[in-house]
Design a protein around this ligand. Structure first.
Ligand SMILES: [Mn+2]
Length: 329
């Protein structure tokens, strides 16, 4: 699927492309998050302001919590000729039903270094959120940043930085957010639905997952299991599972946080999160997986006890000679 003819554009060239088309289908990634939705809605509203016809599509249902964005806009109906993907690093992330577009995306606007250059033209910028790139483009195009556009942009920036807590947060993310706050956005509501509210199903599932927590390596390793039965019992949807993998590492003194999610009956998708003293990718590689230094994953066959034993063994082989006194943050 890698497109060797993909051309990387400058902001001026990107704007020229956007202005050239008179109708745009804006594509988001599956399991949509605040950044892909916020980027698409902000760009879409901006292009509408410039007299274009716009539609935003997503292969999955947009979660209810984004109702404050989706209820404000009605998209146009037309047969699209111009396609733009936002925050989509790989065409496989377009999801079911949108595959047909994968090979003919004219423009991709993205912030992922891992972008596979699948589009004919790519505007890539190493920002914390795709919405930050959209914000700059809209300003350069002379679009008036309305409250509704500002809410979409803020949503993207806030969600991709974990509400300004992740390491990708810098002065520019704060600067842009500060500018958007001047436009009367519903800050409290946006932050509450994105960062505080949990569904009852999510809470029930967390309760069961927390009860499964096991510790090893003198409390430096925590392992949490999420079985199909738990998901069924909690009536949890895919959205309710978002971010669960970060829980074990939230425990004080835990250097290696593991989440084992049963995918097929008896087979587990393992998420490994580590602090600076342990290489998550090194552990995952021993089990046929891969990833990054602080976040990696692999798949393991069950039953749960057997998979867990394999995992603990791989962790023991991968960890440094610790009995260091320092705390791993
Ligand atoms: Mn993003």
């Amino acid at each position: 699927m890698v497109n060797n003819n993909c051309k990387e554009l400058t902001s001026k060239e990107t704007i020229a492309r956007l202005l050239e088309g008179d109708n745009w289908l804006i594509l988001t990634h599956n399991y949509p998050d605040g950044d892909t939705i916020g980027s698409a809605y902000a760009l879409g509203e901006g292009l509408k302001q410039l007299g274009k016809k716009v539609q935003v599509v997503c292969s999955d249902v947009i979660p209810n919590k984004y109702e404050y964005l989706t209820s404000a806009v009605t998209w146009d109906t037309f047969k699209p000729t111009h396609l733009c993907a936002v925050d989509v690093a790989d065409p496989r992330l377009l999801g079911e039903g949108l595959e047909e577009y994968a090979s003919r995306i004219e423009l991709c606007i993205d912030h992922h270094g891992s972008n596979t250059h699948y589009a004919n033209n790519l505007y890539l910028k190493n920002y914390a959120a795709c919405a930050m790139i959209i914000y700059e483009l809209l300003q350069e195009m002379g679009v008036t940043i309305t409250t509704s556009i500002a809410e979409a942009l803020y949503t993207g920036i806030a969600t991709d930085t974990g509400c300004f807590r992740y390491t990708n947060t810098d002065s520019l993310t704060h600067q842009m957010a500060a500018d958007l706050l001047k436009l009367n956005i519903r800050l409290h509501h946006i932050n509450r639905v994105n960062f505080d509210i949990k569904s009852r199903s999510r809470l029930d599932l967390e309760q069961m997952a927390l009860a499964s927590m096991r510790y090893d390596w003198d409390g430096r390793c925590a392992i949490m299991a999420i079985t199909k039965e738990m998901i069924k019992k909690a009536k949890a949807s895919e959205n309710d599972l978002e971010g669960l993998a970060s829980i074990p590492r939230q425990i004080e003194g835990v250097w290696v946080g593991i989440t084992m999610r049963e995918v097929e009956t008896g087979s587990f998708k393992v998420s490994i999160r580590t602090g600076p003293s342990v290489d998550a990718c090194n552990i995952a590689k021993r089990l046929g997986g891969g990833g990054h230094v602080a976040a990696a994953g692999c798949n393991l066959e069950g039953p749960l006890d057997v998979a867990m034993a394999k995992l603990l063994n791989a962790i023991r082989l991968s960890v440094p000679d610790v009995e260091k006194e320092h705390d791993d943050e």
